[in-house]
Each structure stands twice: as C-alpha cells, then as structure tokens.
Ligand binder design. Structure first.
Ligand SMILES: O=P(O)(O)OC[C@H]1O[C@H](OP(=O)(O)OP(=O)(O)O)[C@H](O)[C@@H]1O
Ligand code: HPA
Ligand SMILES: [Mg+2]
Length: 182
C-alpha cells in the first residue's frame, strides 16, 4: 500500500490535533442544544467520526447514511446513490453531518437538501477535508479540518477503488497506482 503513495499530505499527528480542536469547538457551540445527532456518511467518514466523537463532551447520538458516487473512479459520477438511509426520524433534532471530504460538493449538496426537507431544528456540516478547486455546487461548511489542493487523496477512511482506507494519514496517490487499478 505504502508504495502507491507519492507523498503524505496530512500526518497522523496533524489529524489528531485538528480533531481535538474541532471537537472542542463543537462541544462549545452545541452546549445548550438538546437532541444532537451526528450523521456520519459511510464509508469514507468512518474513521473521522469515530475519532471526532471522543473529543465531543456532550450526550450526542450517532447515526449513519451510506452513499456512493465515485465507485472505481477518481471523478464523481454525479449520481448520488443512497445505499442506506438513517434509522431514525430527524424532525426537530439538531443535525451535524460528518463527512470525510468535499470535492465536487455533489454528495453533500444532495444529502443536505434531502435531510433539510425532513425538518430538523438545525443542520450543519463538519468535513475533514475540502478541495475547493473542484467545486461544482456551493456548500457552506461549518466545521472544517483542512483545505487541500487538487490531488486525489487516500487514507484515514478515504479510498480509491475501496483500497487504502486503513492508512493512518492522508496521502496523495501515485498516478501509476490509479492506472494499475483500472
Ligand atoms: O464532493 P463529492 O465530489 O461528491 O465527493 C465527496 C464524496 O465522495 C466520496 O464518497 P464515495 O462516493 O467515494 O463513497 P465512499 O465514502 O464509500 O468511498 C467521499 O467519501 C464523499 O462522500
Ligand atoms: O480525493 C479523493 N479521495 C478519495 N475519495 C474521494 N472522493 C472525492 N474526492 C476524493
Ligand atoms: Mg470512495
């Protein structure tokens, strides 16, 4: 796996420090809110949400949605497929969507609008990575880890063709590795 990585963009240590910062900010902002539900977006956000909730000092609940739009490509198909919906009703609840990356923005824009139509009390977005140079639709991010340049990145939950999710850092994939998998 490591031989397919061109460069480490964000180290394990940098991720750890950022999560602490984000968790503290979320704890402060949501202190007076009741019924806070974190919605993790599978599969990419699994590592992020698992580590982030350990830094949130509030009685939050967690649910997941599974969506997929990339498949075995480095370009979004533009079609967001819902593979698993939330288990619970979100009407009147305070929703924080937790995503690993905002690239074209198509996934989050779709999810945000869909969840908003279910009448939550509030809805905000927390994303570990933002690649603004590739944006196709406007997204307002409330909590952001890192802004990154236009590279296809893997690790810490992010995959290419379902591989590399278990790397502990965020790395740039070598172009040969992209070709080899196709
Ligand atoms: O802003 P966008 O261009 O829509 O890209 C971001 C989305 O793409 C990836 O998901 P993917 O479809 O690869 O599913 P996965 O999380 O299961 O890997 C990523 O985890 C985000 O959900
Ligand atoms: O750079 C990326 N890496 C992995 N998955 C992604 N989904 C959107 N952008 C990316
Ligand atoms: Mg993916």
């Amino acid at each position: 796996m490591l031989e397919d990585i061109k460069e480490i963009l964000i180290t394990e240590e940098e991720i750890k420090n950022k999560l602490k910062e984000l968790g503290e900010k979320i704890t402060k902002d949501y202190r007076d809110k009741k019924d806070v539900l974190l919605v993790g977006v599978l599969k990419g956000a699994v590592l992020f949400i698992a580590d982030l909730i350990r830094h949130i000092d509030l009685p939050v609940q967690v649910d997941f949605m599974a969506v997929s739009s990339y498949g075995a490509s480095t370009e979004s198909s533009g079609v967001v497929r819902i593979l698993k919906d939330l288990d619970e009703n979100i009407e009147g609840r305070n929703i924080l969507i937790v995503e690993d990356i905002i690239d074209s923005g198509l996934t989050l824009s779709y999810l945000y609008n869909m969840l908003k139509s279910r009448k939550p009390a509030s809805i905000k977005i927390c994303a570990l990575l933002d690649k603004p140079s590739r944006r196709k639709v406007k997204i307002k991010v409330d909590y952001l880890g890192f802004e990154i340049p236009d590279y296809f990145v893997v690790g810490y939950g992010l995959d290419y063709n379902e591989k590399y999710r278990n790397l502990p850092f965020i790395g740039i994939l070598k172009e040969e590795a992209v070709k080899a998998a196709n």
